[in-house]
Design a protein around this ligand. Sequence first.
Ligand SMILES: [Zn+2]
Length: 289
Amino acid sequence: MRYVLGLLLMTLLAAPAYPWWETGHQTVAQLAALHLTPAARTRIARILSVPDTPEAVGDGLASASTWADETKFQTGTGNWHFIDLALQDTRSDIPARCKNDDCAPARIRLFAGELRSHLPGSRWSELDALRYVVHLVGDIHQPLHDASDADLGGNCQQLNTAFGRAKNLHSLWDGGIIGAMDVNAKSLTASLEKDIAAMSEADRQAIAAGDQDDWVWQGHQLAIEDIYGKLHIPTQPVMFPKGCPEAPMAITTFQPVIEGAYVDAMKPVVREQLTRAGLRLARLLNESL
Ligand SMILES: [Zn+2]
């Protein structure tokens, strides 16, 4: 009995908070691996201790892509996975919303810098730096990691009816929509790569351009239009509650109704965000390694 209980506890503790989003992270990693320079691929293979082949590096990066979520409670780094920007914020508010570099874009900049300088910080190894960069670039392309309507990025809005396993707005975007598209990261990667292959080199470069703050700001705009706007969620005064019990009643009692038509309309948006994340991650790794 104790063994069974122990096993159950281990399973519960090991389960990441949003298991479906694993598909998103793995897809971003696999897609990025297809666009690495040979030099970057060789260094990643060495850091991950895998053979220097496209397949092994793709699989290695995909399994490294979820480590930051799996360890965030032990390491106390939960704030590194998002940036809370109020719907009323402007782009120039980004630094003020990221005190002590305690947010995703700052951590991407710092860890990419560690990889570039070959000087890992005292706490994190080169492997950790790589795992954070791969994960956090994926995270900021989930629009609800870049915006908050006094609702912890949609975590405080219970859906009127659960969509698959997603019970709140945040998890709908973490994995619910992807789950309705394709739960297999490899086939999803292949489908996205087919579209990328049909693009011109100039288009690919335009998508990959910019820095982490540009990408966060694009996600923030997307959250306002396609999530808070289309679902008619009432805009709240600027505030950042620590937990949902402190969130405004207008938010905790608002239960978005998610219809199939909304999810279908958002699938191309999610595909575009995954494509952007994959190409941008590849560029960042190519420039940093
Ligand atoms: Zn995360």
